[in-house]
Design a protein around this ligand. Structure first.
Ligand code: 4AD
Length: 430
């Protein structure tokens, strides 16, 4: 085959070289009958291609006219020679130009796209600047973006978000593999709810009532029972959320880990702020927010605690541990010294939960009792409970929401921005 160049690789050292590139026509600017510019884009890189009608270069005025008729975002091939511009280029990422010899339209985009990429790519700072200058810019709403996601994804910030997401997932995997965890895959079509509660998608499995897994929880524990000392899973998780929030999806990617435990390791986390739940409740109380002693923190209380922790301990990152029994899932191990509390924790970034974990109950009797107390029909999870009667080691683990973590790392305000094709209570397409 022929040798194709990547736009991102084109720098000064390529000057004088003949190249062949394929990209999306991000901008097309006719200058005169004899001259035009076409900016080509590949993911986050752009380069300016210059068409000048000249017999030497084998470029005709018809060819210049032909290229200026391309619709924006059409896929275009260019053969040309890399040159250095006379002045620094402001509109492209690459500081070289391509002197076009040949240009082909491989697949045209419709003449008017439903969203304009330039509008979609604008930052909040652009809007502020425009406002000061008395200009009016088009704001592309989140819903419109999601409706036309195949266009919206082309903005530099979206290209960055999903590359970051890939790296976060990769780091999770790499780290756990380096600690001898084994990656597993557990079923997503299951017979009973794994986290309890109403947030479960019900379906018929060959006529039998079933549901979509709310987490790999029960099966990752059964893998521990099955002799795998340390396991992890990266996979889809389904929650039939019925409220629209900035941080809940109906389908997200769960990063889960589960491991045997032999002793208490908590004290090894010396650099991370660890706050007992009771202390968090006390801090909130002193700041005027009353929490029911055995109740849960709502979103607002979590946010407020995040601010209080920031003021008192100067950190955005902390672990809240020893949650009340009543607010944790049935499989969570009660504290030995006070069974009204649990050996459990959540990890927060800026007052928003990203990780949830705990030691698990490893005796079948207590597990069945807790399930019943939590209103779960034990017959729907009998195989899970029985697994703990065949010899099961003490164990614990945690789950992280990939989209949630990326949203908070990137300081984005909506989880839909970190899900490529989000599923929320209203959205099933695209
Ligand atoms: O807190 P959750 O429900 O915990 C579990 O699923 C347990 N099985 C984990 C464990 O091993 N103990 O979910 C874990 C994480 C949350 O911390 C949050 O980051 C994310 O998943 N999460 C959601 N992300 C997006 N949309 C939702 N509806 C989410 N619900 C939870």
């Amino acid at each position: 085959g022929r040798s194709w160049s990547q736009i991102g690789d084109l720098d000064d050292s390529a000057a004088g070289r003949s190249v062949l590139i394929r990209g999306a026509a991000q901008a097309i600017r006719p200058v005169s009958k004899k001259m035009a510019f076409v900016v080509l884009r590949q993911s986050m890189s752009t380069v300016q291609c210059v068409l000048v009608a000249s017999a030497d270069a084998g470029v005709s005025t018809q060819m210049v006219r032909f290229a200026t008729a391309f619709s924006k975002e059409s896929i275009v091939d260019v053969e040309g020679v890399v040159s250095l511009p006379k002045e620094p280029l402001k509109a492209t990422t690459q500081q070289v130009e391509i002197q076009v010899r040949k240009i082909y339209c491989i697949n045209r985009a419709i003449p008017t796209l439903p969203i304009n990429l330039e509008d979609a790519a604008r930052s909040e700072a652009d809007f502020e600047k425009a406002e000061l200058a008395g200009e009016k810019l088009v704001r592309v709403g989140q819903d419109t973006r999601l409706n036309y996601r195949a266009i919206d994804l082309r903005t530099p910030s979206n290209q960055a978000v999903f590359r970051i997401q890939c790296q976060v997932e990769n780091k999770f995997r790499e780290f756990l593999l380096s600690k001898d965890f084994v990656g597993i895959h557990t079923p997503k079509l299951i017979s009973g709810s794994s986290e309890g509660g109403a947030a479960v998608f019900k379906l018929l499995y060959n006529g039998q009532p079933a549901c979509l897994a709310q987490s790999p929880q029960l099966y990752k524990q059964m893998a521990i029972c099955g002799g795998f000392e340390r396991v992890f899973e990266v996979g889809p998780v389904f929650r039939a959320e019925n409220s629209n929030t900035h941080r809940h999806l109906c389908e997200f990617v769960g990063l889960d880990a589960e491991m045997e435990i032999k002793e208490h390791y908590f004290e090894y986390l010396d650099k991370t702020l660890k706050l007992p739940y009771e202390e968090g409740v006390q801090m909130l109380k002193e700041a005027g927010t009353e929490i029911e002693p055995m109740g849960d923190l709502n979103t607002e209380a979590e946010k407020k605690l995040g601010r209080l922790v920031r003021e008192k301990y100067n950190t955005d990152f902390f672990i809240l541990y020893r949650y009340p029994l009543a607010v944790r899932p049935f499989y969570t191990m009660p504290c030995y010294d006070n069974p009204a509390y649990t050996n459990s924790f959540d990890v927060f970034i800026r007052g928003e939960e990203i990780i949830s974990g705990a030691q698990r109950i490893h005796t079948p009797e207590l597990l069945a009792k807790r399930a019943t107390e939590c209103g779960i029909d034990v017959s729907t999870i009998s195989a899970y409970i029985e697994s703990f009667s065949y010899g099961a080691p003490p164990h614990g683990g945690f789950g992280v929401g990939l989209e949630r973590v990326v949203m908070l790392f990137c300081a984005l305000n909506n989880i839909r921005k970190t899900s490529m094709f989000p599923r929320d209570p209203q959205r099933l397409v695209p």
